[in-house]
Design a protein. Structure first.
Length: 135
């Protein structure tokens, strides 16, 4: 079983800077977050999908602003204060949901592999018996 995803820290040296030119959103910037491990493709897709589908209340977030790659979740349009005050707790909830879905998917894969292994073993046993009776 894989280690659950959790927030480790802000990747300080990769945090962006605001444009500050007075245009809409010019006070926002990139805030990348390091996770406890690299995400699977499923986890990356689900993290973005869950984030984007959150109801606006009680969450104050911007759908379409999160990307996930490797061990990093990046907020494309936020501030470090907004991350601390709002997005960190929301990301924790999103990761909890994704961890649950990922564990469920892994259990399904393991069950399917056990069923397939039992089937292959049964086929081998029956085929072996059939060969013995032909002798």
């Amino acid at each position: 079983m894989m280690e659950p995803l959790r927030i480790v820290d802000v990747i300080v040296d990769k945090v962006g800077s605001p444009r500050g030119d007075g245009t809409a959103g010019s006070s926002l910037y990139l805030v990348p977050i390091r996770l406890s491990r690299a995400v699977t493709e499923f986890e990356a897709l689900r993290t973005v999908a869950v984030w984007d589908k959150l109801k606006p209340f009680p969450y104050r977030h911007r759908p379409g602003t999160v990307t996930v790659a490797g061990d990093t979740v990046s907020f494309a349009a936020t501030t470090i204060d907004e991350y601390r005050e709002v997005h960190k707790a929301t990301l924790d909830r999103v990761l909890d949901q994704v961890n649950g879905e990922s564990a469920h998917q892994q259990r399904e894969r393991e069950t399917a592999a056990q069923v397939e292994q039992a089937h292959r073993q049964h086929v081998a046993e029956v085929a072996g018996l059939a060969r013995m009776h032909r002798r």
